[in-house]
Design a protein around this ligand. Structure first.
Ligand code: ZN
Length: 401
C-alpha cells in the first residue's frame, strides 16, 4: 500500500499509531495537509470537528519513516564483492583495489538500486557519505530526504575546501555538507577547517571515529598498518606528529566535538571517551552489522545510554553489510543488548537519527512534522514494539507527501 497524500486535509485512521515519543495509541489517527501532519492522536479526539475525507487503513500500525544516519551509496556496487579479511586495513585495501575497477555508470546504477531498497525498507531520511559526488544526482531524484556528506580524504592537507564544494547544491530534499572521512585520513588543519565551515552554516558534521584497533594504535603511536597504508597511498605526511591520544580525545583537542558532531562506529571508544562525548553532546552512530562483518568489535551501547548519549543507527555501505535496512540494525541492537528496552531502540532508529542530521521535522509522529509514515500490516491483536524490532515486517506500506 503506497498512498501519495492529498494536498487537502485528509484523516487516516489506523489500529495503532506509534508517535515514538510517547506510548503507542490504539485506534489512532492523523490528519495530513500539504505533506504535513496537522493533527494526530486517538481517533475519537482527532475526528472531532473534522469535516474532510477520512480513510480507515484498518489493522495496521502507523510508524514514522526510519532514519539511516550513515551509508555510502557510491559503494553499493561492491555488494557481495568483499569478504571479511580479519584485518580492517586489509578490507580497506581490497575495497580501494576493487573500487578502482568500477565505472561511474555502474556506481550510479548500483546507488539507484540501493536507494530503492532503502525506500522499500522504510527509510525516510538518509545520511550519505561520498567522496566522488556521484550519488548527489541520485539523491536528488529520490522521494526521501537526505544529507549528503561530501567526504574529504587528504592526510597531507594539500587540498582546499573549495575543491569539495563544487557540487554544493543544497536543493529540494538534499542538504549538502562536508565531512572528514576519519581522524587518520584528514590532516588536523583540514579537519578544523571542515568543522568551521559546517559550524558557519549550521550543518551536521559526521566522521568515522574509533572504528578499529589499528586507528587507536596509529593515533597513539604513529605506527602500525594505517601508517603503512598512508605511505602506500602517497598520503603519509612527514610533518604529522602523533597526538598520543585515543581518537575521541584527539578530536576534542582539535575542537571538533560538539552537539552537531556525529561519531560513527565508536567500537573502540573507552568509558572516558564516551564520558567526554556525553559532555560535548555529540551523537554516536551505531553500525553494528558492519562492525560484525569487519570483526572490529562492538561499541558499549548500554554505557552510552547510561551517560545520556543518544545513539542513532546507520547501515554503513554494502561493502560491509548485506542489507541497507534500519529494521535489521534495530534487530542487531536488540540481539547484542537484550537489556535495552524496545522503545529506546525505536528512538535510535527514528527521532535520535533525525536529530543527529538536524531535522526536527522527521522521526516522530506529532503535529507540524513531515508526513512520511510507514504502514505496517499487523496480524496480531496486540502491538508490542519488541515484536516489531525482533521480527522486522516483510511488507511495508507508506503514506508520503
Ligand atoms: Zn562508513
Amino acid at each position: 500500500m503506497e498512498i501519495r497524500l492529498s494536498k487537502d486535509p485528509t484523516l487516516y485512521r489506523a489500529r495503532f499509531l506509534d508517535p515514538v515519543v510517547e506510548p503507542p495509541i490504539e485506534d489512532g489517527a492523523v490528519i495530513t495537509a500539504r505533506g504535513v501532519i496537522v493533527e494526530s492522536g486517538p481517533y475519537q479526539r482527532v475526528k472531532k470537528g473534522f469535516l474532510g475525507p477520512e480513510q480507515d487503513l484498518g489493522d495496521v500500525l502507523l510508524l514514522p519513516a526510519l532514519v539511516n544516519v550513515h551509508t555510502h551509496l557510491e559503494l553499493s556496487c561492491l555488494k557481495w564483492r568483499l569478504t571479511p579479511t580479519g584485518s580492517f586495513v586489509g578490507w580497506v585495501k581490497n575495497l580501494l583495489r576493487l573500487r578502482g575497477q568500477i565505472r561511474p555508470e555502474e556506481t550510479i546504477a548500483a546507488a539507484q538500486e540501493a536507494l530503492k531498497e532503502m525506500w522499500r525498507q522504510g527509510i525516510g531520511l538518509l545520511g550519505d557519505h561520498g567522496n566522488t559526488g556521484l550519488s548527489v544526482a541520485v539523491l536528488r531524484e529520490a522521494p526521501l530526504d537526505s544529507v549528503f556528506f561530501r567526504e574529504v580524504i587528504d592526510f597531507r592537507g594539500k587540498s582546499t575546501l573549495k575543491e569539495y564544494l563544487k557540487e554544493n547544491l543544497t536543493s529540494g530534499r538534499v542538504t549538502y555538507s562536508l565531512a572528514p572521512h576519519a581522524p587518520y585520513t584528514v590532516s588536523p588543519l583540514l579537519m578544523q577547517a571542515i568543522k568551521s565551515w559546517t559550524r558557519k552554516y549550521g550543518l551536521p558534521f559526521s566522521l568515522h571515529v574509533a572504528e578499529s584497533p589499528e586507528e587507536v594504535t596509529f593515533l597513539k603511536t604513529g605506527k602500525g598498518p594505517i601508517r603503512e597504508l598512508l605511505a602506500e597511498r602517497g598520503q603519509w605526511s612527514a610533518s604529522f606528529v602523533p597526538p598520543g591520544l585515543s581518537p575521541v580525545f584527539y578530536l576534542d583537542q582539535l575542537g571538533v566535538l560538539d552537539q552537531d558532531t556525529i561519531c560513527v562506529h565508536l567500537t573502540q571508544a573507552s568509558c572516558e571517551e564516551l564520558e567526554l562525548l556525553a559532555q560535548r553532546g555529540s551523537r554516536p552512530c551505531l553500525c553494528l552489522r558492519s562492525n560484525t562483518f569487519l570483526g572490529v568489535g562492538i561499541p558499549k551501547v548500554p554505557l552510552m545510554l547510561k551517560l545520556g548519549l543518544k545513539p542513532c543507527l546507520g547501515t554503513d555501505s554494502l561493502a560491509s553489510n548485506d542489507r541497507l535496512s534500519v529494521f535489521a540494525e534495530m534487530a542487531a541492537v536488540a540481539k547484542f543488548f537484550p537489556e535495552i528496552p524496545a522503545d529506546v531502540i525505536l528512538k535510535m532508529a527514528t527521532i535520535w537519527g533525525a536529530q543527529a542530521l538536524k531535522r526536527k521535522d522527521l522521526g516522530l509522529i506529532t503535529r507540524d512534522v513531515r508526513a512520511d509514515l510507514l504502514v505496517i500490516p499487523w496480524g496480531e491483536n496486540f502491538y508490542e514494539r519488541e515484536g516489531l524490532i525482533n521480527h522486522p515486517p516483510e511488507q511495508l506500506g507508506r503514506l508520503y507527501g
